[in-house]
Design a protein around this ligand. Structure first.
Ligand SMILES: N=C(O)[C@@H]1CCCN1
Length: 297
């Protein structure tokens, strides 16, 4: 299997990418859009397995973390949906696939992919929205509902540090990991690629803090009021929606994608939380390959 890496010039910055497989393949190339915002490609690396279906799979690190340009000194207002939409367009153009491609957006990556899709780009031939919020206020409400099932002492620790603004404290981080072990990745231990992304976010939380906030459930960043629900009817690309039965992206959070995107299909992976591509890797890859095969024409 061919693997090559490179960087896309993006303004005065650069975006790292990796291509697994052959871009010259007649099958739709799949671009994997990671979450966060401010994660790295590592935790969605398993989706390179889709390349075995004879298509190129492109991973990239969105600006601000990983092997792309880091910008810890810019103001929080620099990090916008429009910025990352422009970066995705730059990647598609650089690789010569803007005329024909598929997207796999995971969590925030699904939000970004949906923002891309509602603009009806002619080259978008298939779309996978995985584990993604459709409206952040609903995401937060559901996260708070899930929090109420946590041990009482964990809940108290989370609330106390959020109230005090001390969310960088080791106690808060340890308490948040109890939620993450239930609703972000249920494998124990986490695979190395998942741990690498969280280590990268700990090392440079610039984007995540600016747009999201300290944790998956304490959302105080610029995305806190974001919604795409009323625009989803504009999506024209065939769409496959994915989520996990134990996902922080609960059915209530995900349902608008399946209900409002014309013709969308939805699969809930019963043994997964936020990472079916890791927690049920073979089944998830098989489902994605089957979906894409139906749109390679
Ligand atoms: N893991 C993710 O990308 C989520 C989506 C919204 C906040 N973080």
């Amino acid at each position: 299997m061919q693997v090559r890496e490179g960087h896309v010039p993006f303004g005065e910055h650069r975006t790292w990418y990796r291509v697994t497989g052959d871009l010259a393949s007649p099958r739709l190339p799949l671009v994997v859009v990671h979450g966060g915002p401010g994660c790295t490609h590592d935790y969605v690396d398993a989706l390179k397995d889709v390349a075995a279906s004879g298509r190129a799979v492109i991973h990239y690190d969105q600006l601000g973390n990983g092997r792309s340009t880091h910008l810890p000194e810019v103001p929080a207002s620099f990090w916008t949906v429009e910025l990352f939409l422009a970066e995705l367009d730059a990647l598609l153009g650089h690789l010569g696939i803007a005329g024909r491609y598929a997207l796999y957006g995971q969590s925030w990556g699904g939000m970004l992919s949906a923002e891309h899709a509602v603009r009806r780009p002619a080259g978008l031939k298939a779309l996978v929205i995985a584990n993604s919020p459709s409206a952040m206020p609903v995401w937060v409400a559901e996260a708070n509902r899930l929090r109420r099932d946590l041990p009482e002492d964990v809940q108290r620790t989370l609330l106390a540090h959020e109230a005090a603004g001390t969310t960088a404290s080791p106690d808060y981080v340890a308490a948040s990991r109890v939620f993450y072990a239930r609703h972000v990745c249920r494998l124990d231990p986490w695979p190395p690629e998942v741990t690498r992304t969280f280590e990268a976010m700990d090392a440079d939380p610039t984007v995540y803090l600016a747009m999201n906030g300290p944790t998956e459930f304490h959302v105080i960043g610029s995305l806190k009021d974001w919604t795409i629900v009323d625009r989803l009817h504009q999506v024209m690309a065939p769409t496959f929606v994915i989520s996990g039965r134990h996902d922080e992206a609960t059915p209530l959070v995900v349902a608008p994608y399946a209900e409002r995107i014309p013709g969308a299909t939805w699969r809930i992976f019963e043994h997964s939380s936020h990472m079916p591509h890791v927690e049920e890797r073979a089944d998830c890859v098989e489902a994605v390959c089957a979906f894409l095969a139906g749109h390679d024409g």
